[in-house]
Each structure stands twice: as C-alpha cells, then as structure tokens.
Design a protein around this ligand. Structure first.
Ligand SMILES: [Zn+2]
Length: 60
C-alpha cells in the first residue's frame, strides 16, 4: 500500500508489510522505484484501492 506521512509517500507491501527503503516526495518516484525493484501494483476491484506487492509476494 501507499501512504503519505508528512508529505512523503511510503510504500509497503500489502501482503507481508515489507517497507520500501526509500521514501518518495513524488508519485513518479514511487512508480520508478517499483519498476527498478520488481514491485507490482494491482487494483483491488472490491474496494477500488491499489495494492502493492514486493518482489517476494508478487504473483502469489
Ligand atoms: Zn511482500
């Protein structure tokens, strides 16, 4: 999932809770990080929220 703390985006895995090492000031940086580090985002259609998965959990 993606949360905002004090204006920074914090990315964490919706499955295991693993948190990305970096914090991001722009959404673009989040998508860049995810692309570079093998994270995956997926739209949960039940509640219309984006879920984010770390490389360990994606595809499960
Ligand atoms: Zn995970």
């Amino acid at each position: 999932m993606l949360e905002r703390f004090y204006g920074k985006f914090v990315l964490s895995c919706s499955c295991c809770g693993e948190q990305a090492e970096d914090k991001f000031s722009k959404f673009d940086e989040v998508t860049q990080y995810m692309r570079n580090n093998g994270w995956q985002s997926e739209l949960d259609e039940d509640n219309d929220e984006w879920q984010h998965f770390c490389p360990e959990c994606k595809g499960k």
